[in-house]
Design a protein around this ligand. Structure first.
Ligand code: M6R
Length: 357
């Protein structure tokens, strides 16, 4: 039920702080440490390489997950689009572990890979919002994202929940391997949940950004570097699927290798700048597009913000920034779609779960 909300998408965006707090609770030990399944911990620590398989928004969560697992647990990770994996299969390591990330647990492209790798005798972990789903039943292990039913076709709370669970998975693996943690995960996730709440309270400001930049434009670019690049891919997917604006996410430095040719007078370019080590360079990229007539909209984070930024996020741990940064992008997409008269919850040509290959 969407209650007083006009759309499920808006309700589900607003639920994100509670989802993150719920995940913290579900995966917390009495002594305040992270608790996952012993068998999952063992499989993660023994694997010599982890292959994340996913589609769409869940693939974007996987990209962030790779960084988290590699940096926190020091295990090598590859992320693959499910529909391509079997055709462009990489040379597999000797003892791989497969992680399937799927909100619905029913995506056919993922199932195709799961069947194939089970036949080869490899182990699989499914991270899903629907524990009884096909991908959950057919994998060796399941981690539940506890986001509650997601009804809107555009995935929002499932994405942030997947990244939170991937954080805990990375942390638990690091502990099992005796690696010191770079941060207190439950405390930092709690800070993320608070930031999400603040962001959900800034709808008027984000609605205004959607009006200012996206009311009539045929296209829009999202640029970011480092961790911000992954969230730009997600921001672009969200915008295109519900507003039908042609939107693309790019690595800030890649734009000038071709795509910058598309920048015209007034083209909106949303630049995400939440990472200190690339702050100067992404702002350099903004200047490059602005010099060609683009209308830049900079979304930055407290401490890295500069005069003229369109929106400034509360500060969160840089490794977890995608969980917070995506919220303004989700809300901007929502309001762009709303004011362009689109069917927000049920965009054309799309189904909630894609059960054909
Ligand atoms: O249920 P899944 O997570 O496996 O679904 C994967 C994609 O189909 C899904 O994320 C899709 O991209 C969403 N509509 C994006 O908002």
């Amino acid at each position: 039920e969407k209650g007083t909300y006009p759309h499920f998408m808006l309700k589900e965006i607003d639920e994100q702080p509670f989802v993150i707090r719920n995940i913290i609770q579900k995966y917390q030990n009495e002594d305040g440490t992270v608790r996952l399944d012993d068998n999952i911990r063992q499989a993660m620590s023994e694997a010599d390489r982890i292959y994340i398989i996913a589609a769409g928004t869940s693939y974007h969560a996987g990209l962030v997950g790779k960084q988290l697992i590699e940096r926190i647990a020091e295990r090598p990770v590859e992320v693959h689009i499910a529909s391509e994996f079997l055709y462009n299969m990489p040379l597999l390591s000797e003892n791989p572990l497969f992680i399937f990330i799927s909100q619905s647990g029913e995506t056919a492209d993922l199932r195709g890979v799961l069947v194939e790798i089970k036949e080869k005798g490899y182990q699989a972990l499914t991270i899903t919002n629907v524990p009884g789903s096909t991908l959950s039943r057919e994998a060796d292990f399941t981690l539940h994202t506890y986001a509650g039913p997601e009804i809107a076709v555009a995935s929002t709370k499932a994405y942030t929940a997947q990244m939170a669970v991937l954080t805990l998975l990375a942390v638990d693996t690091a502990r099992a391997r005796g690696i010191e943690l770079p941060f207190d995960p439950l405390q930092e996730l709690a800070i993320v949940a608070n930031a999400m709440e603040t962001l959900c309270g800034q709808k008027d400001q984000l609605e205004q950004i959607a009006r200012d930049y996206l009311l009539t434009t045929p296209n829009c670019f999202f640029i970011g570097r480092a961790a911000d690049y992954f969230v730009c891919l997600e921001g672009a997917l969200k915008l295109k699927e519900i507003s039908y604006i042609q939107a693309e996410g790019f690595a800030g430095g890649e734009l000038k290798h071709g795509t910058i040719a598309l920048i015209e007078d007034g083209t909106p370019v949303v630049a995400v700048a939440t990472q200190a080590h690339v702050n100067l360079s992404i702002r350099g990229n903004v200047k490059e597009v602005a010099a060609r007539g683009a209308n830049p909209c900079i979304i930055s984070m407290e401490g890295l913000d500069q005069e003229g930024d369109a929106f400034v996020l509360p500060s969160v741990h840089p490794m977890l920034s995608a969980l917070a940064t995506v919220i303004p992008l989700q809300l901007i997409s929502y309001y762009a779609a709303l004011h362009r008269g689109c069917d927000v919850d049920k965009p054309r040509n799309l189904a909630k779960s894609v059960t054909v290959e």
